[in-house]
Design a protein around this ligand. Structure first.
Ligand SMILES: Nc1ncnc2c1ncn2[C@@H]1O[C@H](COP(=O)(O)OP(=O)(O)OP(=O)(O)O)[C@@H](O)[C@H]1O
Length: 253
């Protein structure tokens, strides 16, 4: 699904991703943890093609295609979805219109007929219900005035509607109350179908109690310095990143 080899990337001429390798197979869930400022969000931005992020070295393929060669919208059409750590407000653009255009663009890419307004509304209502967002959120501007938790639920609603192949969730659990955490996790789990893959960036092991990862990686100073199974997240929860001292020195060497 996704193959990242020796990725180096910078923003504002500052090197942030420094030789990162990651392989994600169809249906897998990879959790990425790591200290603040390690480059976790940057990785999501680089993969999604955000302006201002320069790749100086390395290769990234998505389903065999050179991802770095594609424009940002082409990456989305190829099935890459990024749920932002800080979802962006688009005042004046209705959530519903925004999603209808996006969903039909994805359907076109998959060779499917566009949804009519009524068909889309039905799906959008179901998705709203799934993430427990009141229906009037469809009429509001994208994320406009939404609370932090509502924005995160809206991101998951978008993911459900877009049916991407690879979902990158950047701290989708931050700022959520306990019930909202369960709603977001249920939304993600409902989309696990053995084919769709997930990269879940989180600081907290508790999210991984709900979204069971196949692999956990520790990203520090721009590269993955340790990988393991779900027990690695428990280790981080218990002892923090003190162990990185040794692991990081080994990775540097
Ligand atoms: N536009 C920018 N100009 C300069 N430095 C930047 C810019 N964007 C990001 N950085 C720096 O890149 C580093 C990595 O940032 P990033 O947001 O990827 O970290 P993170 O691992 O997601 O951290 P957190 O866990 O705190 O969210 C940080 O030191 C950050 O200050």
């Amino acid at each position: 699904m996704l193959s990242i080899k020796n990725l180096h990337a910078s923003v504002e001429e500052k090197n942030i991703i420094k030789g990162l390798n990651l392989e994600v197979k169809p249906g897998e869930v990879h959790a990425i943890m790591g200290p603040n400022g390690a480059g976790k969000s940057t990785l999501g931005y680089v993969l999604s093609g955000r302006d201002g992020y320069e790749v100086s070295e390395g290769e990234v393929t998505l389903n065999g295609k050179d991802l770095l060669d594609l424009e940002v919208e082409e990456r989305a059409r190829e099935g890459l979805f990024l749920a932002f750590q800080y979802p962006v407000e688009i005042p004046g653009v209705s959530n519903m219109e925004f999603m209808k255009e996006s969903v039909n663009a994805m359907r076109e890419q998959r060779g499917e007929d566009p949804l009519t307004a009524a068909e889309f509304l039905k799906k959008a209502k179901e998705a709203c219900k799934q993430v427990q967002l009141p229906l009037d959120f469809l009429k509001r501007g994208v994320n406009e005035g939404f609370s932090g938790g509502e924005k995160k639920r809206n991101e998951i609603m978008q993911m459900i509607l877009l049916e991407p192949k690879l979902c990158i969730l950047d701290e989708s659990d931050s700022g959520l109350d306990v019930d909202a955490l369960q709603v977001v996790a249920d939304g993600v789990n409902s989309q696990r179908d053995g084919e769709r893959s997930f990269i879940v960036v989180t600081h907290y092991q508790r999210l991984l109690d709900y979204i069971k990862p196949d692999f956990v990686h520790i990203l520090a100073d721009g590269k993955i310095v340790k990988s393991g199974d779900a027990s690695l997240a428990l280790e981080v929860e218990k002892s923090g990143y003190a162990f990185l001292g040794k692991a990081y020195e080994e990775a540097e060497a």
